[in-house]
Design a protein around this ligand. Structure first.
Ligand code: ZN
Length: 228
């Protein structure tokens, strides 16, 4: 058994070496936007992603029976794992922390979506946008424009019922980089409406007390004027 394990391990090592020899510039990762020294003091500091702030969608409505908090249940029985911040359609949405825009486009149930790789294992997700103003691959600072609050994707249900629009905002903590590529696990989870907590657990290598999707509400309560 030990020999088989060693054999498997050496095969992986050989494949890795070959990948290193072949990769060259074909699979080059984009450069990080920030140094770890720049990011360290921002570990849990996210600014309000909705300009002027908004109320958390906490009451049941025609489209979500338990509102839009982190643990609110969804039809598939899984937790929402995000925060819905109510705001008028067209309200500006900004980057909550510096990073690189890895997803900027239309993503099914999430509608027009932006995902930022913050370069420290954290990702922030902005869904149901009316429009996207950030370009894929660009570096953004906290406060830079990403787009506008809208009703895209399954947010259309709210528009059909004359309910307030919102920003679907999530912070995913994984401790690994480059997971938000269009072929990566975060993008796949969004497309397939899977539970982001499972993604986070699969890719999180750190302290179990700090595992998984972070509660954006707790973080944003410290951002002046954000949650009303
Ligand atoms: Zn939501």
């Amino acid at each position: 058994m030990m020999l088989r394990i060693l054999s498997a391990a050496s095969s992986i090592a050989i494949i890795s070496v070959m990948a290193c020899l072949c990769a060259g510039d074909a699979i080059a990762q984009p450069a990080p936007c920030n140094t770890s020294a720049e990011l360290a003091p921002l570990r849990n500091k996210y600014i309000c992603p909705v300009v002027g702030g908004g109320a958390v969608r906490k009451d049941p409505d025609a489209c979500a029976s338990t509102g839009g908090r982190l643990k609110s249940a969804r039809k598939n029985g899984k937790p929402h794992n995000a925060l819905d911040i109510n705001a008028t359609e067209g309200t500006a949405v900004v980057a909550s922390k510096p990073g690189r825009v890895d997803i900027a486009g239309d993503w099914g149930a999430m509608g027009k979506t932006v995902i930022i790789d913050h370069g420290d294992g954290d990702y922030s997700i902005y869904g149901h946008l009316k429009s996207v103003s950030a370009s894929k691959g660009s570096c953004v600072k906290a406060g830079d424009s990403l787009g506008a609050v809208g009703y895209t994707g399954n947010g259309q249900c709210l528009k059909d019922h004359n309910l307030t629009a919102h920003l679907h905002f999530a912070i995913l903590r994984t401790a690994k980089l480059d997971l938000a590529k269009e072929s990566g696990p975060i993008a796949a989870a969004i497309k397939n409406a899977e539970d982001w907590m499972e993604i986070s657990q699969e890719y999180f290598g750190g302290d179990m007390l700090d595992l998984g999707v972070k509660d954006p509400e707790v973080m944003l309560q410290n951002a002046a004027g954000c949650l009303k």
